[in-house]
Write a protein that binds this ligand. Structure first.
Ligand code: ATP
Length: 431
């Protein structure tokens, strides 16, 4: 049972902030994915929780016990944090059989009161009163059998790693990590070496594993599909700063800002600039050059209270700049960066599945490209100089240049302030 709490955790090298004032709680038995673009600070965060990297400031507790506290001078070494790791390069020992690879870590356990119960689970005396001893051969055997059953590699015990497929090797690596009964399992892009089909299979295995082991999983990935499908909560980071920490569907449908909206979702969200006024319930907006539309709020307003300003002792070299969103156009003319938006400037975000191609739609366009995959078809439609992406279920055939009509559907159209890029609320959009 493991709850992890990070309070104002910062890691910097000189003036470079890899992780900037991060506070979050990872609940017991959660499956949290750390997601974000390359270099945003995911691995550093994971390594700090695991004890492989020392934070510059802050406090980390596991199960209420501080494992790091910069003010109190606490820094518990990784091997005393009872956590397991699974990295992208999981390197099995080539000269050992599968059995020995898994058993190796177990033969080194000598925590106080460590023993293996009837089910094959490694247990400890949490009071620390029981004497330390090595596990017996029979205990190790029980523990190896348990984890190899979980990842279904029982039939390969006598093989060497070179005699296994990539996916099977991956499962051995998982079994090896699970065997000592870690309270928390840290995984850093563990599936990135696998082909697409195997990745999908292993994803579903990991989900099952999470349920069966009852451990807390913290998983680093830059693959948003992986983060969406696996996580109970996604922690999305940009430039060392936490952008959103919520359930995948909230991150998808109620992103905190334009960066989150754009990062999550494939094909990416359609962004359109709009101008107009609103009263908190309704906004009259002008968009796509000459369409007038009414945006009506559905659900609550997003919390627009000022964002906390971190108390930095050292100036941040990697400054936080406003995310530069992209409006897709046919001509080269992009977003005018010199334009100074005011409070009447908005950006609307519409997921491709909420843009419908229908006979009576109020917006005129023509098909710019159409990509059927069998199950669905991604259609890019040109409206004036703008390109909007729609996803249609099934393998629908469209001709390039074909005239179509569009409408916005559903209650998940997102309204953002253009000035600060933050989401105001979600709602419906009627042209
Ligand atoms: P990726 O997806 O590419 O692995 P990441 O989000 O895991 O990226 P981190 O490895 O956490 O990124 O690195 C965060 C930032 O800190 C990067 O810009 C990196 O260059 C920087 N960084 C990491 N380690 C060091 C170090 N030892 N010294 C200086 N800067 C470092």
């Amino acid at each position: 049972m493991s709850k992890i709490e990070l309070t104002h955790v910062t890691k910097r090298w000189g003036g470079y902030y890899a992780v900037d004032d991060l506070s979050m709680v990872i609940e017991d038995n959660a499956f949290v994915t750390l997601l974000g673009p390359s270099g945003c600070g995911k691995t550093t965060t994971l390594r700090m929780i695991a004890g492989l990297e020392t934070p510059t400031e802050g406090r980390i507790t596991i199960d209420g016990v501080p494992v790091f506290d910069s003010e109190l001078g606490i820094n518990v070494p990784p091997n005393k944090r009872r956590v397991g790791f699974l990295f992208q390069n999981y390197a099995l020992w080539p000269n050992m059989t599968v059995y020995k690879n898994i058993a190796f870590g177990l033969s080194n356990i000598n925590d106080s009161g460590a023993h293996v119960n009837e089910k094959g689970e490694v247990c400890r005396d949490e009071t620390g009163k029981a004497p330390a001893r090595k596990l017996t051969k029979e205990e190790i055997d029980r523990a190896v059998k348990r984890v190899s059953d979980i990842v279904k590699i029982g039939m390969f015990m006598d093989r060497y790693p070179s005699e296994l497929s990539g996916g099977q090797q991956q499962r051995v690596a998982i079994a090896r990590t699970l065997a000592p009964g870690p309270k928390v399992l840290f995984m850093d892009e563990p599936l990135s070496n696998l082909d697409a089909k195997l990745r999908l299979e292993m994803r579903s295995e990991l989900q099952r594993l999470h349920l069966e082991t009852g451990s807390t999983f913290v998983y680093v990935t830059h693959d948003q599909m992986e983060a969406m499908t696996l996580a109970s909560r996604i922690c999305l980071i940009d430039n060392g700063v936490l952008q959103q920490y919520e359930e995948p569907m909230m991150v998808y449908n109620r992103p905190n800002n334009l960066f989150v909206a754009d990062f999550v979702g494939n094909p990416a969200v359609n962004l359109m600039e709009a101008r107009g006024e609103g009263n908190g319930d309704q906004w009259k907006l002008k968009l796509l050059d000459n369409y007038e539309a009414t945006f009506t709020r559905v659900g609550d307003m997003k919390d627009l209270s000022p964002l906390p300003v971190p108390d930095r002792k050292v100036a941040k070299e990697n400054k936080d700049t406003l995310f530069q969103y992209t409006i897709h156009r046919v001509s080269d003319e992009g977003v005018d960066k010199d334009y100074q938006p005011d409070d009447n400037d908005f950006v609307l975000g519409i997921r491709p599945e909420f843009l419908s191609i229908c006979e009576d739609g109020p917006i005129e366009g023509e098909v710019f490209s159409a990509m059927p995959t069998g199950m669905e078809t991604t259609v890019r439609v040109r409206v004036g100089n703008y390109l909007l992406t729609a996803v249609v279920f099934g393998g629908v055939i469209y001709k390039l240049g074909q005239k179509v009509r569009l409408n916005f559907k559903g209650e998940n159209v997102m309204l953002f302030g253009r000035k600060d890029g933050r989401m105001i609320c979600a709602g419906t959009l009627k042209v």
